[in-house]
Design a binder for this molecule. Structure first.
Ligand code: HEM
Length: 502
């Protein structure tokens, strides 16, 4: 049947009318949401409350943490940084109420599903596991991180401290410049390779990243930018998740990358290593407690290789940089270390843990240069949550921003300056809120490798300063002026080393 021509103008005007009504509704709803909705009581720039765009632009440009710090200085401890997103810098209370353990019956804000992308194939690691799976997997993996298990790793950690010190010794003529950030990265990846697969990656030997590690470093920035697109809109999320990531070539690359870990896990599971590694402890327990599937072995091994390497190397790089910028602190630390040990053979986990200034220096460096400088987002549960005295409705993204919190004047005197003394009860810093600093997060999903990271950082720092005097190369004067793509986009940290007689 032919469509009567006279009906066309009416149909067109009907559709245009409907489109205008929809547009008016959406605009009206957005304006209501910004100025009158349940989140309108939280301060922040109206444009950020209206649309994700400003936050995602800052994220994609690598300045999200720095911009959040500025917004918190301007608007206070709680800032609305998105249509349904709040950033907190209130310190200990915000940490507790967003990430902390809950009393029986209370619901924990869950991990933000858009930020924590789970694999389309295989199973998520502990990081992305559902709460039920998380509890089971964490119970099993925790055996590899107990005090006793870490004590068993002492010979391995001490050997890597000595190997790193020998590598530095090859350049310690006071003239050659060394990128110490790369040395830390090579060492922490090699250590984690031995702990996870009972095979080192062989990187420290040539001070060179393996192609697998280079791919990881290259993909961090791209992954952050893809995440910005995923967060932008359901349509961009669909295009990325269902079209781009599922394309043949993307899946092929992903499988190739995953095979690196699964091949090594398979090799490890087929033999008993000469010295205990993570799997020695995990396998000893996993059968009695429900066990890990083979896919869970793969995904968690892969997580260990990422979560337990770059983070520790970043903390050590930041520590070294701030020490080199603060010669008085470097002198004091060097004196503490050299008076405690005659040589590397004297260094033990226990003795290193007793060095108070070492501890203070590492804490202060992680305050100024937190290895994870962003907010790790959680979503408020059905019924909402009360955070720092404010009711936050359900399904709102909330988080404590590490970088912004650690630089708030309200928490720290001279917040942008490096003063390890604030961690040693110096009267000058008595009013500092040290409990605002939680680089390893808190609660049921905090860092499982925290104690290992502390042992490793202490030993490697001692391994550098016991035998070498360091100087910052002028090329790295402003090294910490870096962008953030989830992690810091670290640049080479050039310094010269001079061997000192023990
Ligand atoms: C200075 C070094 C480190 C820092 C600052 C750090 C920080 C963190 C943070 C903030 C989280 C919480 C992540 C979230 O909420 O999404 C985390 C989780 C985790 N970290 Fe670390 N980490 C470090 C070193 C390590 C090391 C050496 C390991 C050893 C393998 C490790 C293994 C893990 C694991 C397995 C999780 C997931 C825990 C869970 O979900 O239950 N980390 N880390």
């Amino acid at each position: 049947m032919a469509w009567p021509l006279t009906a066309i103008p009416d149909t067109v005007s009907l559709w245009s009318g409907l489109a205008v009504l929809c547009a008016l509704y959406l605009i009206g709803r957005s304006i209501y949401d910004v100025f009158l909705g349940p989140l309108s009581k939280f301060p922040g720039p109206p444009l950020w409350a209206l649309t994700h765009i400003p936050r995602l632009v800052a994220q994609a440009a690598g300045v999200e943490s720095q911009v959040h710090a500025k917004l918190h200085r301007q608007y206070g401890n709680v800032v609305r940084v998105g249509p349904r997103e709040l950033s907190f810098t209130n310190g200990a209370q915000a940490w507790r109420e967003i990430y902390g353990f809950r009393k029986h019956g209370q619901i924990q804000p869950g991990k933000d599903k858009i930020f924590y992308v789970n694999p389309s194939e295989g199973v998520p690691s502990i990081l992305g596991a559902s709460d039920v799976n998380h509890a089971r997997v964490r119970r099993i993996l925790a055996h590899a991180f107990s005090d006793k298990a870490l004590k068993d790793q002492e010979p391995l950690l001490r050997r890597w401290m000595s190997l790193m010190s020998s590598k530095l010794g090859e350049h310690a003529n006071g003239v050659d410049r060394v990128d110490i950030m790369k040395i830390y990265n090579c060492t922490t990846f090699d250590v984690m390779g031995e702990l996870t697969f009972s095979e080192s990656l062989g990187m420290l030997q040539d001070s060179k990243y393996s192609p697998w590690v280079e791919t990881i470093f290259r993909s961090i920035k791209t992954a952050t930018q893809f995440r910005s697109l995923r967060q932008f809109h359901a349509v961009t999320r669909f295009i990325l998740d269902e079209i781009l990531f599922k394309s043949k070539s993307a899946q092929l690359q992903l499988r190739e990358h995953q095979r690196y870990t699964s091949d090594r896990v398979n090799r490890r599971l087929e033999r008993e290593p000469d010295h205990p590694d993570f799997w020695t402890k995990i396998l000893a327990k996993h059968e009695e407690e429900g066990g890990l599937t083979l896919e869970e072995h793969y995904s968690n091994a892969s997580l260990f290789m990422m979560a337990g390497t770059e983070t520790t190397a970043t903390a050590l790089s930041g520590t070294t940089y701030h020490l080199l910028r603060n010669p008085e602190c470097l002198k004091k630390l060097t004196e503490e270390i050299r008076s405690a040990f005659d040589g590397l053979d004297d260094v033990t986990l226990d003795k290193a843990a007793r060095l108070r200034y070492v501890h203070a220096v590492l804490q202060e460096a992680m305050r100024l240069y937190p290895p994870l400088p962003i907010a790790l987002p959680r979503t408020t549960p059905v019924g909402g949550s009360t955070i720092c005295g404010e009711y936050v409705p359900a399904n709102v993204t909330v988080g404590v921003n590490h970088f912004a919190t650690y630089r708030m004047e309200q928490h720290f005197k001279n917040p942008t300056e490096f003063h390890p003394e604030r961690w040693l009860s110096d009267p000058e810093y008595l009013h500092d809120h040290l409990d605002a600093v939680e680089p390893f997060s808190i609660g049921p999903r905090n860092c499982l490798g925290k104690n290992l990271a502390w042992h490793e950082m202490r030993l490697l720092l001692v391994g550098v300063l016991l035998h070498f005097d360091l100087q910052l190369d002028e090329a790295s004067e402003h090294w910490d002026d870096q962008k953030v793509y989830t992690l810091w986009e670290k640049r080479p940290l050039w310094c010269t080393l001079k061997a000192v007689k023990s």
